[in-house]
Design a protein around this ligand. Sequence first.
Ligand SMILES: Cc1cc2nc3c(=O)[nH]c(=O)nc-3n(C[C@H](O)[C@H](O)[C@H](O)COP(=O)(O)O)c2cc1C
Length: 195
Amino acid sequence: MKTLLALAPSPRRGGNSETLLKEFCRAAEDLGWQVELIKVNDLKIRPCQACDACARDGHCILQDDMQTVYPKLISSDALVIASPITFGSMNAQLKTFIDRFQCWWQAKYNLEQPFVPEEANRKGFFICVGALKRKEYCENALQIIKVFFHNINHKLAGNLFFRGYDELGAVQQDPGVLAQAYQAGKEFIAMVEKG
Ligand SMILES: Cc1cc2nc3c(=O)[nH]c(=O)nc-3n(C[C@H](O)[C@H](O)[C@H](O)COP(=O)(O)O)c2cc1C
């Protein structure tokens, strides 16, 4: 069975980004995929310390919950991330998580032994949700996602920006956006299966 790795970095359980992520993932499950959801806010992780130890072998020496994440990304078949906007970009939980892939940067560029080879043709999708209508905020987050995906050898297959949703449960009042997330999940999985 194929696995979709889903990252939910919001601290709000049942919040807007997690709700949309789950709709996206429900489509994958309906197509016979299994979903592994990581609540990034629950991980006990330290920010990258720029110690450069990973330059030796591509492995991070910080022994925390990230050590359980790296193998999950290696063995998954596709990736979806849904972040809330905070202060104009992705939230800090997700950025901290992404910075811990500096070891994958070393593995790819310095050691030329990426953990996910480019030929694997892995794909990823990005969803973000903000309270304000300004689309620059989601674009800021997307720029970071593009750098991250490039580093981990995932191709950005698509993205969805949801703007104007603030209170907990706001997206649930809007069946149109839930359907949009489900449809995006369906199309994403179809694209991944096509190769
Ligand atoms: C610390 C913090 C900062 C925020 N900053 C922004 C912002 O700069 N722009 C914006 O559009 N929304 C901002 N928001 C609102 C959230 O993006 C919005 O409530 C979103 O729906 C939260 O998604 P969630 O329910 O998945 O956590 C902020 C929320 C928090 C808690």
